[in-house]
Each structure stands twice: as structure tokens, then as C-alpha cells.
Ligand binder design. Structure first.
Ligand SMILES: Nc1ncnc2c1ncn2[C@@H]1O[C@H](COP(=O)(O)OP(=O)(O)O)[C@@H](O)[C@H]1O
Ligand SMILES: [Mg+2]
Length: 319
């Protein structure tokens, strides 16, 4: 384990070898997460890859089978009582009383928080409702809320007090495109105010735009993490050939031993560029085979392609 410096210099979240087994299944398998302070960290992975289990361990809601956790510089779960008041969390929708209004539910939840002041409660509840766009529906029973409204009420609950760290598990789940945009804007504004945001999603497209960092889960393992820039750079480059002779070009690329990619563009053929294959070799092979070349480019992979490479699964682009 590495030595840590001052508390302020420590990451917002750090785990070493964090694992959780359910019977013989390793739901989370030895992950070393590092979430820098001030980051908007996208915790990505297909359904069942271990995101919620990890988040539950971070918050002390379930015990780890192995490994260590530090949240805001403190060991968890031993320091749960001092750490959790500094953390706002939304995990798989909190339980609300269906026959109470959104405002009444938040008021109850706030009153249950031993660190919150009763004097400022009403104002804070209203500010949190306003923040997530539920002011007009604040007096309605939660029973009548849509899934998206319940999700936003859950986020409002996480925002009742200023927090250093927000942990949001799939906050865009069940939201329509407008609701998703609103959550994204909310995440961005929270980050602008200096909070670290740890947000999970199985939908890359929904959070890619707001994240500074990401970690990718696949079958319980953290297969990559870093800044978005680093993650994109780590992808394998590909060669894209613009040509009217697509079939011939694909034959040539395959004959060079390159892995062909599904092509979505017209009059183009592309393949992953292998180590030791120079673009000029590709050009001369194409010309020798009589495939006419309009253009040839080497492109970095998109984040989407990178994730498919890492997880072996596509992320849903749309619902
Ligand atoms: N309480 C539990 N008991 C048994 N298996 C569980 C439990 N919670 C989660 N799992 C299993 O652990 C794996 C990871 O689940 P989860 O952390 O919910 O993934 P994600 O949030 O990425 O969809 C899944 O295979 C799931 O079925
Ligand atoms: Mg989950």
C-alpha cells in the first residue's frame, strides 16, 4: 500500500483490492479505484458489472469481502459516522412514503439526519426541490410522481446540505431525454461548485459529456480508469480508407492481417492498425491491388469503441 500525504492531497475515493463475493460469484474483484478531488468521475460498465455493489461498499451499506476503502481521506467503514455527513448519495432510489408529498418526504429525511438544523430545514428543503426542478410538484404525493420525478427527488435528498462528495448510482435511469439533460446540467453545476461527483451509468452517452474522468467495470473488474483523454488515447488507432472500391479495399486490409471494423460511412473501409504496419504500406498495397484511394487517415478510437474493446459489450446508445 502506498504512503499517503496530507489529508487534503488524498483522493476523494481510493480503494485497494476491493472485493465482494456473493457465494462463489465475485461481484467485485480486486478493484483499485482512484477518484481525484474535484473530478466528475463516470463509473461505467454494463448491467451486472459490479457498479452498485462497489458503491454500496463505499458508503458502508454492505461489507467488503477483501480490500480497503478510503473516502475523503478516512478509512471506511470504520469512520462511517464522520464521513457520511460529508457525502450525498443516491443509490437505487431511496424509499419514499408514497402518500406523503415530495416536500414532506424530504422534510422527514432531513429531520432524520442528526447533523441537520431544524431552524433552516424548510428553506433547505425548498432549495433542494428547486434545484432539481420539483418546485411545482413539491406538494404532490410521491405516489403520483413519475419514475423520473422520484429519481430527481432522490437527488434532492442528496443535496439537502452542501457535500464534498456526491455519489449517484445511475441517476439518469428511467429519465426521458429532457430529464437526462437536466441531471447532466445538475452534475455539472455541482462540480463547478467544487464537489467531487462519482456517478455510475451503463449508458456512456448519458454522462460522457460531463465527466473529467472515468473508470470502466467489466464482470467485477476495473479494466481501465483515468482522464477521458487518457482513456481515448489508450485505444488502438485505426486506418480509414476512403475509396469507391470498398470490397477490394477490405480484402487488401484483411490480407495485411488487419482486423476489419464495421463501416458505417459510405465509401470507406477501416481496420485496426496493427503494430508494425505503417500507413504507407497500406497505401501501396491498396494501389498494387487496384483499389482506388481517395484518402487515407489514421484515427484514434472513440470512447465508445474503447469501451467495446474493454468490456466486449456495446453500451446502449439509446434506450
Ligand atoms: N445481494 C446480492 N446477492 C447476490 N448477488 C448479488 C447481490 N447484489 C448483486 N449481486 C450480483 O452481483 C453482480 C453485480 O451486481 P451490481 O453491483 O448490481 O451490478 P451493476 O450495478 O453494475 O448493474 C450481479 O451479477 C448481481 O446479480
Ligand atoms: Mg446498478
Amino acid at each position: 500500500m502506498s504512503a499517503v500525504g496530507t489529508t487534503g492531497g488524498e483522493p476523494a475515493i481510493r480503494t485497494d483490492g476491493l472485493s465482494k463475493a456473493f457465494g462463489s460469484q465475485r461481484a467485485v474483484d480486486g478493484i483499485d479505484l482512484v477518484v481525484p478531488r474535484g473530478a466528475v468521475f463516470g463509473f461505467l460498465g454494463p448491467n451486472g458489472s459490479g457498479k452498485t455493489t462497489t458503491i454500496r461498499m463505499l458508503l458502508g451499506l454492505v461489507s467488503a469481502t477483501a480490500g480497503t476503502i478510503r473516502v475523503l481521506g478516512e478509512p471506511m467503514p470504520s469512520r462511517t459516522r464522520t464521513v457520511l455527513p460529508r457525502v450525498g448519495a443516491l443509490v437505487e432510489g431511496p424509499a419514499f412514503y408514497p402518500f406523503l408529498s415530495g416536500r414532506a418526504n424530504l422534510t422527514r429525511l432531513d429531520a432524520a439526519d442528526r447533523c441537520s438544523s431544524g431552524r433552516t430545514r424548510a428553506a433547505r428543503v425548498d432549495a433542494a426541490l428547486e434545484r432539481v426542478g420539483l418546485t411545482a410538484a413539491a406538494g404532490k404525493r410521491v405516489h403520483a410522481y413519475s419514475l423520473g420525478m422520484k429519481q430527481r427527488l432522490g437527488i434532492a435528498n442528496a443535496l439537502l446540505r452542501p457535500r464534498e462528495l456526491l455519489v449517484l448510482d445511475e441517476p439518469t435511469n428511467g429519465l426521458d431525454p429532457q430529464g437526462t439533460r437536466e441531471v447532466r446540467a445538475l452534475v455539472r453545476s455541482l462540480a463547478d461548485e467544487g464537489a467531487t461527483v462519482f456517478v455510475s451509468s451503463h449508458l456512456l452517452s448519458e454522462i460522457e459529456q460531463v465527466c473529467s474522468h472515468a473508470g470502466v467495470m467489466s464482470a467485477g473488474r476495473l479494466v481501465a480508469q483515468g482522464t477521458l483523454k487518457e482513456l481515448r488515447r489508450a485505444g488502438r488507432p485505426r486506418v480509414v480508407v476512403r475509396t469507391p472500391d470498398v470490397a477490394a479495399a477490405r480484402t487488401v486490409l484483411a490480407a495485411l492481417g488487419l482486423e476489419l471494423l464495421e463501416e458505417t460511412r459510405e465509401q470507406a473501409a477501416s481496420a485496426l492498425l496493427a503494430d508494425g504496419t505503417a500507413p504507407e504500406d497500406v497505401t501501396s498495397a491498396l494501389v498494387a491491388a487496384g483499389a482506388r484511394v481517395r484518402g487515407l487517415a489514421v484515427e484514434g478510437s472513440t470512447l465508445e469503441e474503447r469501451f467495446v474493446e474493454l468490456t466486449g459489450e456495446g453500451f446502449d446508445v439509446a434506450r
